[in-house]
Design a protein around this ligand. Structure first.
Ligand SMILES: Nc1ncnc2c1ncn2[C@@H]1O[C@H](COP(=O)(O)OP(=O)(O)OP(=O)(O)O)[C@@H](O)[C@H]1O
Ligand SMILES: [Mg+2]
Length: 733
């Protein structure tokens, strides 16, 4: 056990109001925790608490909230009381503090009565040795423990009450714990003890609820950005792939021996997927509440000690997971809300090193979740929870998640904006798939739209019936239990399902695997490169069946064009065309030109027409185009030869970029492209744009440019270099 060479602050009772300055606090941090300085709002929170003020502290997952109460515990004689929702979390933190030589204890029914008595004896002493006492909300609600707290307070020894994971008090939160509601009485019972509420839940409604429920008095409200810059966000579309299991397997394999969590909705999926991955040489195991404690415990131990690298789990693998070097968090099924997604994906990269969130989105999954939520809503409506608004929120929460997957635009922005954070356009720095590969993602979304249309026509009865079965089989018990916790014994908390063994294993963790991290990150990045390279190969392979344009696809394209025409009519007012006939004409045009080239080019052309209809500001332009041979404005550009199957927007993109900058593969190609597509629909732009090269000219010109690049610069280029992007884009074309 490491002993701190710097004694803990031991101010006498008279000195208690003496200010502990910044330097002294930094020293405490360095000596006891080895961190060079405070992070984010930590110092402000600590100073507020030490001055006796209530504080509400909102920091992202892994932001360092614990320090906000751990340092005050070292800065003043007396006790800091920490309320935590899970025995697992308490046990984990106490163990870590003890290892640092800091006197911390927790009280729970899992301890022997002998140990509990010893702790109580210490608390009764004139000068208790305990600095941090962790307890459950249930224990706080017992009259016996409250009177003990009052006594400690009466002796001037209760310095702070820290409510960790404070969002659990709010029924608007994703982890509502009825027992947390009992904390509302703290303010009245222990009036002048500062209360610190800590959470990583960014939903404004939850924040307000926490402050109100805990009755915080003029609290200092500290909010950090929820951006996790070290996490790369990506969505892959199950409906567009042959085999999502195989795809995930490839991702994990090519990432190397990295630590990962794969979240699934159902226990059976965990088992199946885990078996599949294991068969393919990935060291992994399933973890869910359907397994017995012993098995779960051993899975966790193995994961913590890196005996296995991947855990395929339900949400039972939740709060209390404190492994810092998780490089990939994959959601194999869409989560129920953005909040849940943020928390779960946030378990990646707690060491601040580059990590990845990968979500596999499927229309079936979406329908299944919608079905589950509708059942949950009707359940809640019948119960008293409806008064907390639970019934109304789940669907709208889920819609945000659907928009994250199905909508255009930066994923990071979507996450942060869903929490009410204002996001600047430059924030993402191409660290999500939509910003890094805008064309490809746009193409996938086009394809997805079609897939959804086809699914809608075919109905979803299979999905719904399988969901009902699973529901009846309690396949989702973790999912339901998050909100339906029934309190157990007075001082226990019902986390035995998902947390206890988890943190027990973690607290025994020896994962100081610092070596090889760079290699692992490199592997991750290479894996991503490979993914896009493989996509390009798939494309080259041009399998006829996959690339064929079916009647259903043509129908759905017509429908899209029809909708776009109707919207244009609504927007512009006087669109004098026959919508049905016009959509048929427009679709025919796309098919005639690009039908033989394959689905992708056809899609792109339909998409480009839809974009044009949605952005043009002139009804006359549409009427003219439809009336005069149906050439979209993009095609009116003067050219010397027939357009290649290459998408027009991509060619324009390239030409436009040439004008802006002679370097291919600029950082902001996404921005340029979107501006180009919109501007290109105006007559002024049409005349200014240069002739469009053929596809082969286009590729060859790029190749020759690439050849001209000096070797040294090639060597210099590493991850995320613009030239690398260019190469990737070329492969895709
Ligand atoms: N000032 C600091 N400098 C460097 N590392 C820090 C600092 N403060 C905390 N950390 C480290 O950050 C990691 C996360 O801290 P902590 O567990 O307190 O985060 P948290 O905000 O409580 O996250 P969660 O929401 O997951 O509970 C820990 O490893 C901790 O040691
Ligand atoms: Mg924490």
């Amino acid at each position: 056990m490491k002993k701190s060479p710097l004694p803990l602050q031991n101010l006498g009772a008279k000195d208690k109001r003496r200010k502990c300055g910044r330097d002294a606090l930094v020293k405490l941090l360095r000596w006891n925790f080895g961190h060079p300085d405070f992070r984010g709002n930590q110092l402000e929170a600590i100073e507020a608490i030490l001055s006796g003020r209530d504080c509400f502290c909102l920091m992202p997952t892994g932001g360092g909230k614990s320090m906000c109460y751990q340092i005050p515990a070292l800065a003043k004689t007396g006790i800091v009381l920490v309320i935590s929702p899970l025995i697992a979390l308490m046990e984990n933190q106490v163990m870590a503090l003890k290892e640092k030589g800091i006197a911390a204890e927790f009280l729970s029914s899992t301890q022997t009565s002998q140990l509990r008595n010893k702790i109580h004896e210490d608390l009764d002493r004139g000068q208790p040795s305990i600095r941090l006492l962790y307890v459950t909300p249930e224990l706080i609600a017992t009259s016996g423990f409250m009177s003990k707290l009052k006594k400690i307070h009466g002796r001037g020894l209760l310095n702070l009450i820290a409510v960790d994971e404070a969002h659990c008090i709010s029924s608007w939160g994703h982890d509502f714990r009825p027992s947390y509601r009992k904390l509302s009485s703290l303010r009245n019972q222990l009036q002048d003890v500062p209360i610190l509420a800590l959470t990583a839940t960014a939903v404004p409604k939850v924040q307000k609820d926490v402050i109100d429920s805990l009755n915080l008095q003029n609290p200092l409200v500290l909010k950090s950005s929820f951006n996790r810059p070290n996490i790369y966000y990506e969505v892959r579309y199950k409906d567009l792939m042959d085999d999502a299991y195989a795809d995930l397997c490839d991702v994990l394999k090519s990432a190397g021996d990295v630590c990962a969590i794969v979240y699934c909705l159902e226990r059976t999926t965990c088992d199946d997927l885990s078996t599949h991955l294991s068969k393919n040489g990935i060291s992994c195991a399933a973890y869910h509440a359907g397994l017995n404690n012993k098995l779960r415990s051993s899975v966790l131990d193995d994961w913590i000690c890196s005996k296995i690298q991947v855990v395929v789990a339900t949400v039972a693998f939740g709060m209390g997971i404190d492994r810092k070097d998780v490089r990939i968090v994959c959601h194999f099924n869409i989560p129920k809300s953005m909040e849940a997604f943020y928390q779960e994906s946030g378990r990646a990269g707690r060491d601040q090193l580059p990590s990845r969130s990968l979500l596999y989105y499927g229309v079936d999954d979406r329908k299944r979740m919608e079905f589950i939520l509708s059942i949950a809503e009707s359940k809640k409506l019948q119960s008293s929870d409806s008064e907390h608004g639970l019934s109304k929120k789940s669907t709208s929460d889920f819609n945000l998640m659907v928009e994250y997957c199905e909508g255009f635009g930066c994923r990071r922005k979507k996450i942060l904006e869903s929490f009410g954070e204002e996001v600047s356009a430059s924030l993402c720095k191409k660290s999500c798939d939509a910003c890094k590969h805008p064309n490809l993602v746009a193409k996938y979304l086009e394809e997805l739209t079609t897939a959804i249309a086809v699914r809608q026509r075919n109905g979803f009865s299979k999905i719904l019936s399988s969901s009902t079965d699973a529901f009846e089989n309690e396949n989702f018990s973790e999912f339901w239990n998050r909100n339906d916790e029934a309190s157990g014994s007075e001082e226990d908390i019902s986390d035995s399902e998902d947390g206890f063994e988890v943190a027990k294993g973690i607290s025994r963790s020896k994962f100081s695997k610092k070596t090889g991290i760079n290699e692992k990150i490199e592997l991750l990045q290479r894996a991503e490169e490979n993914y896009y390279r493989n996509k390009a190969h798939d494309k080259q392979a041009n399998r006829p069946d996959k690339n064929a344009i079916s009647g259903a696809l043509r129908e759905s394209s017509k429908q899209r064009l029809l909708d776009a025409l109707k919207h244009a009519h609504q927007r512009l007012g006087d669109l004098k065309v026959d919508f049905e006939a016009s959509s048929t004409i427009l679709e025919n045009e796309c098919f005639k030109k690009y039908g033989k080239s394959g689905k992708s080019f056809y899609y792109s052309q339909v998409a480009s027409k839809v974009r044009w209809l949605s952005t043009t500001s002139s009804a006359a332009e549409i009427t003219n185009q439809i009336g005069t041979g149906i050439k979209s404005p993009l095609e009116n550009i003067t050219r010397k030869e027939e357009p290649s199957p290459q998408t027009v927007s991509t060619i324009l993109h390239d030409e436009r970029k040439k004008e802006v900058n002679k370097v291919i593969g600029e950082q902001h190609c996404g921005d340029i492209e979107s501006k180009t597509s919109v501007k290109a629909s105006t007559p002024q732009m049409q005349t200014k744009l240069p002739a469009i090269p053929s596809f082969s000219q286009f590729v060859n010109s790029r190749k020759s440019k690439e050849m001209q690049q000096p070797k040294a610069s090639e060597e210099k280029e590493h991850h995320h270099s613009p030239n690398k992007h260019t190469k990737k884009r070329m492969r895709l074309q």
